[in-house]
Write a protein that binds this ligand. Structure first.
Ligand code: NAD
Ligand code: 6OD
Length: 486
């Protein structure tokens, strides 16, 4: 059993109150860790440590020295790869190959890429004429924003947390991270990495706990936190934005989605089936970029639904350490209940259940886990609850369409605007569709293919701001202008 503590000023510490909470395995709901629950005093100490570190040794480093340290962090994550894989599998119950091929390598990449960017980014400069003929020179000076509060979710915990911490540290800030209460392990392990590579004390801090009236809210309320970067549900973002309004502090939000997958009849059929299968069911559907509403051009509709059904029915449930397994449980009993309530709602509203719709038969040792079947529906109107609301589970509704304008209307009829995946061999149409669908990220003939230099984020209620590449610098630094009269 793991004893997980907060990480404050370079030390693993209990909560001042001594309070702890249990972390359960998604696979069988056994208790796998007890976690120190940070109270307001613990959060305030973490923020004070982060504030002090800004002007300590960390603040005196040259960019090259900072970059070397961040490369060290990436290398140490890679050296301790198996530890991170084991911790993330324990927290999420997701398959080994998802960890080894996607989520854990991205943790190291998130440090390397932003170290490279900060080392190579140019600053703007403008020369101007002045009446005396001698002119003036303006140049930009990027400085760290200060203490960054990082609040992260449970669905890809290490990837999503380091996606914020990497650029924040590359830009010279310090951080206090509040990981999800469901997934405390890999963020805590990163504290060990920070110490072993010599990141100065106080630069990286971790406080564990919940959201409202707990560590998450306390962090957002601390006025020494200069900016807050958050990934999670839109309604949580609303609460955090209210807290950030006190002191007019900056926010960067990556939030919910109800993303459309669109398949045209001219697409490479097998590639489209594989692509939509991944986008609907990877990580048991717990991916913000996932597609819970799929539109397939009518001539290939029946064939497509059948092909997706066959793949969904072939998933292999099991423990993550079992390399044969390619499909895990949902994160918690609470989330299982939520997803199953949507499964019932779909039926109440008249869906045809193509496959799934309930809990699979599991071996006795796994029967207490948060398992649900991958589920496909057809036959619902666009107004149906499961076609409108984000479920964040392994399910999708598939609807036929006849024209581009019709499917663009379906894709956009939503308060969210995170991503879309479009499958077609007509690149002119792909380009037209990419411009018409109102989302932050469009994939053509692919899904979740990430180049970390590109802008990432959502429109409408899916996000505020963009991160990725130089866009991250806009949030994690203050750009000053210096004007020198010559
Ligand atoms: P959540 O909003 O419930 O929790 C996210 C984090 O916020 C957790 O650490 C939680 O403890 C904290 N929190 C909750 N209430 C808070 C409050 N009032 N003040 C401060 N902190 C608070 O989200 P979740 O259930 O962990 O994650 C699933 C959601 O995240 C889905 O909606 C999904 O779409 C979204 N998500 C979006 C992206 C993206 O890139 N757009 C990526 C991953 C997940
Ligand atoms: O790839 C990323 O940078 C990113 N933020 C992915 C989000 C995944 C959502 O579940």
């Amino acid at each position: 059993m793991h004893q997980v503590n907060n990480f404050i000023n370079g030390e693993f510490v209990e909560a001042e109150s001594g309070r702890r909470f249990d972390k359960r395995s998604p696979v069988d709901n056994s208790i796998i860790a007890t976690v120190a629950e940070a109270g307001r005093a613990d959060v305030d100490r973490a923020v004070a440590a982060a504030k002090a570190a800004l002007t300590g040794e960390w603040g005196q480093l040259t960019v090259d020295q900072r970059v070397d340290l961040l490369y060290g962090v990436a290398d140490e994550i890679t050296r301790r790869f198996d530890d991170f894989v084991a911790a993330e599998m324990a927290d999420t119950g997701q398959p080994h190959h998802v960890m080894t091929h996607a989520f854990i390598p991205r943790g190291a990449a998130n440090f390397k890429v932003f170290a490279d960017i900060i080392k190579n980014v140019p600053t703007e400069s403008y020369q101007m004429a002045t009446p005396d003929g001698r002119g003036a020179l303006n140049y930009g000076l990027r400085v760290p924003k200060g203490v960054i509060g990082v609040i992260s979710p449970w669905n890809a915990p290490f990837l999503l947390m380091t996606w914020k911490v990497g650029p924040a540290l590359a830009c010279g800030n310090t951080v206090v991270v509040k990981p999800s209460e469901e997934t405390p392990l890999t963020t805590t392990l990163l504290g060990e990495v920070m110490n072993s590579v010599g990141i100065p004390k106080g630069v990286f801090n971790v406080v564990h706990g919940f959201g409202p009236d707990s560590a998450g809210e306390f962090l957002t309320q601390n006025q020494s936190v200069d900016a807050i970067t958050f990934t999670g549900e839109t309604r949580t973002g609303t609460a955090i934005m209210k807290a950030a309004a006190e002191g007019c502090r900056d926010v960067s939000f990556e939030m919910g989605g109800k993303n459309a997958g669109i398949v045209f009849a001219d697409a490479d059929f097998e590639a489209a089936v594989d692509g939509i299968f991944r986008s609907a069911f990877l990580n048991t559907g717990q991916v913000c970029l996932g597609t819970e509403k799929v539109y397939v051009e009518r001539p290939i509709f029946d064939r497509f639904v059948n092909a997706l059904k066959l793949k969904a029915e072939a998933v292999k449930y099991g423990r993550p350490e079992n390399h044969e397994s390619n499909y895990g449980p949902l994160i918690s009993r609470e989330h299982q209940d939520k997803v199953l309530s949507y499964y019932r709602k779909a039926v109440e509203e008249g869906a045809t259940v193509v496959t799934g719709g309930g809990i699979p038969e599991m071996a006795a040792e796994l029967s207490e886990g948060n398992w649900v079947q991958p589920t496909i529906w057809t036959g619902l109107p666009e107004t149906a609850t499961v076609v409108r609301e984000e479920i964040f589970g392994p399910c999708c509704h598939i609807c036929p369409f006849d024209s581009e304008s019709e499917v663009v209307g379906y894709a956009n009829a939503n308060d969210y605007g995170l991503s879309t995946t479009i499958w077609t061999n007509d690149l002119t149409r792909a380009h037209r569709m990419a411009a018409a669908v109102d989302v932050g990220v469009t994939w053509i003939n692919s899904w979740f293919l990430r180049d970390l230099r590109t802008a990432f984020g959502g429109s409408k209620q899916s996000g505020i701001g963009r991160e990725g590449g130089v866009h991250s610098l806009e949030f994690y630094t203050e750009m000053r202008n210096v004007c020198i009269k010559l």
